[in-house]
Design a protein around this ligand. Structure first.
Ligand SMILES: [Zn+2]
Length: 305
């Protein structure tokens, strides 16, 4: 597996998870502190890349794997990770814990989104985690890094009910998972992530504003990497989010293939904003459009019910 490690200072490393065999698709953040903490492990299909990077860093034990949420691109490999590091606990929000202990419902739900036939090649299998090894975390909790240092948990429902963000005072990092959206390096663009079943733009907006108040030094995007333009990114995330919701609401009323129309509308918008073709292509390839349209449509149905 390819290994890519970038030091971010203060014993924090960005490790490329090489999800789906591609660079810059999933960022794992590794604290090589007295108590090692890894934020996100990705799916089991690409876990080898993270494990090889940890070997290269000389890390043979991990205290805590901290997942921002249980979606397979973030935590699908958590059971395999726990088996590889028998001393590690897996930090997860209360609403996500039982799905890591017993992944069958999560797997079934993901299969409805991605198609059963694509599950193995996209994500690889999930292994259950002994509930005693789950560290259930919620708003205000702290995960120790050792030496008096710790990361703080912020409960951030919106993208998913069980989403959390981790804050590190020392580096100023906010490890945001999918709470803000996706933002590729040099793309200068935040794109919403709006999957079913939980996506709720009102809650997402609340978290964006709470993050803006905390004013971290950088946003550690899962997809992909640290972004120092924090306030601009948060403002852009909110603006684009509601543009998407309004578009889906209007388009859904008109009928037709929402997914294809939404993709065309979003990519046209990026072209009009003057983004480079290769940047637009990168966002397009990283986006599962059926999920985006369906998540927003589902929220509109809930709202109007
Ligand atoms: Zn994700």
């Amino acid at each position: 597996m390819p290994v890519s490690i970038t030091p971010l200072g203060h014993d924090l490393y960005l490790v490329d998870g090489h999800m789906h065999g591609e660079p810059e698709r999933l960022a794992c953040y590794v604290f090589d502190t007295p108590e090692r903490v890894v934020v996100e492990c990705g799916p089991s299909s690409s876990l080898g890349s993270l494990l090889d990077a940890l070997d290269e860093l000389g890390i043979d034990d991990v205290a805590t794997l901290a997942v921002t949420h249980i979606h397979l691109d973030h935590a699908g490999g958590a059971g395999h990770f726990a088996a590889r590091y028998p001393g590690a606990r897996v930090a997860v929000h209360p609403a996500g814990a039982r799905h890591l202990a017993e992944p069958s419902r999560l797997w079934a739900s993901a299969s409805r989104v991605w198609g059963e036939e694509h599950m193995a090649s996209l994500w690889g299998p999930m292994e259950p985690i002994d509930p005693e090894r789950l560290l259930v975390v919620d708003e205000g909790d702290r995960i120790p890094l050792g030496g008096g240092r710790s990361i703080e948990v912020m409960a951030t429902p919106g993208h998913a009910r069980h989403h959390v963000v981790y804050l590190d005072d020392t580096t100023g990092g906010a490890f945001v998972g999918d709470a803000v959206g996706i933002a590729f390096p040099h793309g200068h663009m935040v794109q919403p992530v709006t999957p079913p079943p939980d996506f709720d733009p009102v809650l997402v907006t609340r978290q964006l504003r709470r993050l803006a108040e905390r004013d971290p030094g950088f946003l550690g995007f899962a997809h992909y990497g640290p972004e120092p333009a924090v306030q601009e990114s948060l403002a852009q995330a909110e603006e684009r989010l509601w543009a998407w919701v309004e578009w889906v609401e209007a388009a859904a009323a008109g009928g037709g293939d929402l997914t294809a129309a939404m993709r065309a509308w979003v990519l046209d918008g990026y072209r009009a904003e003057g983004h480079a073709p290769e940047v637009i292509e990168q966002y397009d390839r990283a986006t599962f459009w059926p999920m985006q349209a369906a998540g927003i449509a589902r929220w509109l149905d809930r709202r109007d019910a």
